[in-house]
Design a protein. Sequence first.
Length: 738
Amino acid sequence: MRTFILMLILFQASFILPVSAQTKDTLSTYYYRLGIAAFSNDNLEEAKELFKQSVNEEDNAPAEYELAKIYKADTSHAMWNISREHIKNAIKLDPANVSYRLYYASLALELSKMHRATELKSEDDALEQYKKVLDLDSTNSSALAGIGRVKANEFLEFNHSQEKFPDPVGFHDAIKNVQRILRYQNLGETKAGQEYELQNIASAKLDNYALDDFKSAENALLKSIRYDSLNPKPYFTLAEIYEDHEQSEKGIEPLVRLTRLLPDNKDAHLQLGLLYYRSGDPDMAYKEFSKAIMLMNNSDRKDFTINSTKVLIGPFLKNDFSGIDESYYYQIIQDFWKARDPLYLTKYNERLLEHYCRVAYANLRFSLPGYNIAGWKTDRGITVIRYGIPPARIRIRPDIHKPKTDVWIYKDKTFSFTDSFMNGVFNYAKAANTQYFGDSQDYASDLLADQKESYDPVFNGPRFYLPYKSLQFKDLKRNNLTDIYAGYAMPVGKEKPGVDNFNLSLKVGIYFLDKDFNLLSDNEKILDSLPLQNKIEIPDSGKFVVGSIEMKSPPDSGNFSFEIIRNRDKGVATYHKSYKLRNFNTDSLQLSDIVLASKIDRGLEIPERIKRRDYSILPNPSGIFSAKQNLYIYYEIYNLEKNAAGLTDFSQDLILQKRDENGTINKIFSPILKFVGINNEEKKTELSSNFQTRENNSQIDLQLDMTGYEPGDYVLTIKLKDNITGKETEQSTELTWK
């Protein structure tokens, strides 16, 4: 009878199994092997049925594990729930299997991201599985990385956060925090609206909890890296929490090590570039971003460098890109960045580098892989690209019945974002659905009319300011060129006795660009010192040593830039402005710009002064003088006519006009001249009068005596008349008398 039953079972099984299967054990195993074969051929439905038959024959942990993976392939929440049940069964059958527990932890984390409202405990489940893996293997890097990720998520969720109280507990202490928060608002809320917020957002800081999570995450991630140095994920998570905790510099060393181990990992270079930039080293950031962009595939590179710029350029084009082909748009982008480069002395564009930082930050922090959305395309990413990484943030974390709200506080504006469906997707907050009063969606739209972008330059060192003055003259050798000088004054301390030079290391640049910011002319030089013969004293400011730099350019209207990098601390002084180069290549009577100088020498060539033929002019770029400093004036006259005797004949008047506190020019003063120098002649005089010279392009230097004048701001005007032709011209400058 027993033999007959066995033959009957084998006869029934022969429809799906070869006759080699002999027992219940071999049936379960054989179903499992067939399932593996079907799974490897992507026949998921066939594999699913075979694994189910294997489990039906006998409790089978490997088959349960494979079923969990198959149901996970369907991205619906319901199927992932089934996947979870199967992996739980696998763990019950084989509790010491590390792979099963790691899979369950990973699934739990993804469930938490997919449906936070119903998966509140999924992260706890993941954390429990990771800890049990470590009980089995204390050096398991995957479990350590997982714990680090969970704790990092909690840190990022609650760092700089406020917790909403459903009842008045702690209300009075919390209200003080809210009042402080409200002082940063700039959304134009009504008083009633602010009072509403004060009464309804009672909150308490959660930074202490966040700090505990940070320490736990940091510890686990560093251990994970120690046990598996080639897994980039814990490095990235570590970089993320360091940046959010304002400790970007701590993440640099691990990521440098990762880029050496995995030099072709573009995300490693992106993360490292972001950390360098956030820690104040744009030079190294530029190198890392350049490497990352080079390693991107064509699609990613275009999205990062080209598509992301539409956030900034779109508002200028009214977001209408129709009719703009790709090559023309590339030209628009180039012009856009050229117009915003704050420092030509460096080999990269700081504004473009800032954009790369913003895109990298948005993509690394706000991307939604489940929705195939890059971070820069999200509302938070768009805000970062337009206005930068927010200097201050408040995260309001309520209970399950209210949406999470992130408040971003800038110097002059505030935005709020809500995670309305608790799925990690934050959008501009609407007034009816936020923990923060105000409609950020409408506000962001309205703001574009007045502020399409904002940017404060980030340099490799501190920004400093110094007196400088740009001056224009006719090129005395080539009539079609204009000579442009920039005189500048560097502050000095106590110089050593017997030392002739003020030691410093500077890189100085002067640039002229056309209206489209194409470079027309420039000059750069490196200085190790400035001669103390060029020392001046500026009233109420101290001692300075003066330098100058020159360039030549055809006359045009465009843009001017004068820049200095101070090498000892990488400090930067940069001045950009619209600029019109005067055209001296005419027959008309003209005056050069007027130089306000502290000293003028002839026949001496002193370095770093303005050199005009045999004149060596020490400008005072501040234009501030007092009775303790000599006040000289230098200018040039062009195209004077000569009489039959070969002499020019011209007259000039000097006029001082004082400005009042409102800037209004008051009555006219006649300055007292101590002497007048014309070309190679020098005359003492009390009043201006007629002059004759043998040159139709004349150099004039004057010394003014203003000891009897009241302190204040003055406008100095020189009026010139050619007595032969009757032509007249004039030129003005401003000075301050202390």
